[in-house]
Design a protein around this ligand. Structure first.
Ligand SMILES: Nc1nc2c(ncn2[C@@H]2O[C@H](COP(=O)(O)OP(=O)(O)OP(=O)(O)O)[C@@H](O)[C@H]2O)c(=O)[nH]1
Ligand SMILES: [Mg+2]
Length: 333
C-alpha cells in the first residue's frame, strides 16, 4: 500500500522533536512510502549527535529490563532516549512484543522517551536497514541516546547490534554459559559484557569463563599500531547487574561512556561511522534494486511467465527486457 506524504514538511516536524511526526516517519520508512528516501535525505545532515547503543543477547536474558533501567539512568541525567526494540517473534504470536510493551510500558509515557518496536514482517527492504534508519530518525529528532534492543540470534539481528557505536552483550548465569554465546557469534560483536540476573547463582563463574575466553582472543589479537597517546586496545569490561532492581546499571552506563570516549580518542568512532554511511548507501542501492525487481515481476507479461521456459530463462528475459530503453518513457522512478 502506497501512502503519499510531504517529506519536507514531515522532516521539519521530526527535526522539531514532534513524537507523532517521528512515529509517522518511521512507518513511512518501514512501508517504503513514496518519498521516504527524500525524508531520510532531508534529515541526514541532522543525524550524528546521538550515541547508539546495541543491547543484544539470548532470549529472556533481561535485555528489555536492562534497557528500561538504563533509560531511567539517562533520564536522571536529563538525556532523551530513543529505543528501537526489534521484535523477533513470528507474526502469529507477537509474544515478545507484548512482553516488551508491558515491561517498557511505564517508560512510554515519559516525555523524554520514544519507544518503537520494529517487526521483521513490517519492512519490505530488510529489517536491519529499516532499523538503522529508525535510529537515524530518532537521532535527527534530538534523542541523545538511541538504544537498539535485538535478539542475539541470527545474522540479521547481529547486524543490527553491530550498527551501534557500542554493543553490549547480555548473558545470564544459568543458560548463559560463555561457550554457547561464543557459538552464537556473540563474542565477536561485544564491546562490553553484562552478566544480568546476577542475583542467581553462577554469576562469578560465568564472569571467569568470559574473561578466559576473551583473554585467549586478546592474546591472538594484534594491537593496532600508531596511536596518539590513547590506549589502543579496548579491555572489555564485564559488569554484573540485576536489571530488575537497577543494580549495576550505573556501572554499566559508566563503561558505555568510557567506551564512547575510547572510540572518539582513537579515531574509531569516525571510522565506524564513515563505514556505516557507506553501508547505508549500499543498503539503499540494494533496496532500490529490490523495488525494481518487484515492479518487473508485477509487470511481467503472461506470455513470458507461461512460456514454458526454464525459471532462469524467464528471469533473464524479464531482466534484459527491463534494461532495454523504451522510447517515449522516462527510465527509473
Ligand atoms: N531474577 C532476575 N530476573 C530478571 C532480571 N532482569 C530481568 N529479569 C526477568 O527476566 C525476564 C525476562 O526479562 P526481559 O527483560 O523481558 O528479557 P529480554 O532479554 O528482553 O527477553 P526477550 O526480548 O523476550 O528476548 C522477566 O521476567 C524479567 O523480569 C534480573 O536481574 N534478575
Ligand atoms: Mg526484550
Amino acid at each position: 500500500m502506497r501512502v503519499t506524504f510531504d517529506p519536507g514538511g514531515l522532516a521539519d516536524r521530526i527535526a522539531g522533536g514532534e513524537p507523532l511526526a517521528l512515529a509517522r516517519g518511521i512507518s513511512h520508512v518501514e512501508n517504503e512510502s513514496d518519498g521516504f528516501e527524500a525524508l531520510l535525505e532531508r534529515l541526514d545532515g541532522r543525524a550524528g549527535r546521538a550515541r547508539r547503543i546495541g543491547i543484544t543477547g539470548p532470549p529472556g536474558a533481561g535485555k528489555s529490563t536492562l534497557t528500561a533501567a538504563l533509560t531511567r539512568h539517562y533520564l536522571d541525567q536529563s538525556l532523551k532516549v530513543g529505543i528501537v526494540a526489534v521484535d523477533p517473534t513470528s507474526p502469529f504470536t507477537g509474544g515478545a512484543l507484548l512482553g516488551d510493551r508491558i515491561r517498557m510500558g511505564e517508560l512510554s509515557t515519559e516525555p523524554g522517551v520514544f519507544i518503537r518496536s520494529m517487526a521483521s514482517r513490517g519492512s519490505l527492504g530488510g529489517l536491519a536497514t529499516a532499523t538503522r534508519e529508525a535510529a537515524d530518525l530518532m537521532d535527527a529528532a534530538g534523542y541523545d541516546r538511541v538504544i537498539l534492543e535485538t535478539l542475539g540470534v541470527g545474522q540479521a539481528e547481529l547486524d543490527i547490534a553491530v550498527s551501534a557505536d557500542t554493543t553490549a552483550v547480555v548473558l545470564v548465569p544459568e543458560s548463559g554459559d560463555g561457550v554457547q554465546a561464543m557459538k552464537a557469534g556473540l563474542m565477536e560483536v561485544a564491546d562490553l559484557f553484562v552478566i544480568n540476573k546476577s542475583d542467581r547463582p553462577g554469576a562469578d563463574r560465568l564472569e571467569k569463563e568470559i574473561a578466559i575466553i576473551m583473554s585467549i582472543r586478546f592474546a591472538n589479537r594484534e594491537p593496532a599500531g600508531g596511536g596518539g597517546g590513547a590506549e589502543e586496545v579496548w579491555r572489555m569490561p564485564i559488569t554484573q547487574t540485576v536489571a530488575s532492581e537497577s543494580r549495576g546499571v550505573d556501572e554499566f552506563a559508566a563503561h558505555l561512556d568510557r567506551h564512547f570516549d575510547w572510540l572518539t580518542a582513537t579515531g574509531r568512532l569516525e571510522a565506524r561511522r564513515r563505514a556505516a554511511r557507506l553501508r547505508r548507501a549500499h543498503d539503499a542501492l540494494v533496496r532500490r534494486c529490490h523495488r525494481d525487481a518487484r515492479r518487473i515481476w508485477r509487470d511481467a507479461s503472461p506470455e513470458t511467465l507461461d512460456s514454458g521456459a526454464s525459471p532462469y530463462a524467464i528471469a533473464r528475459r524479464l531482466y534484459e527486457a527491463s534494461r532495454r530503453p523504451r522510447t517515449g518513457t522516462l527510465r527509473g522512478t
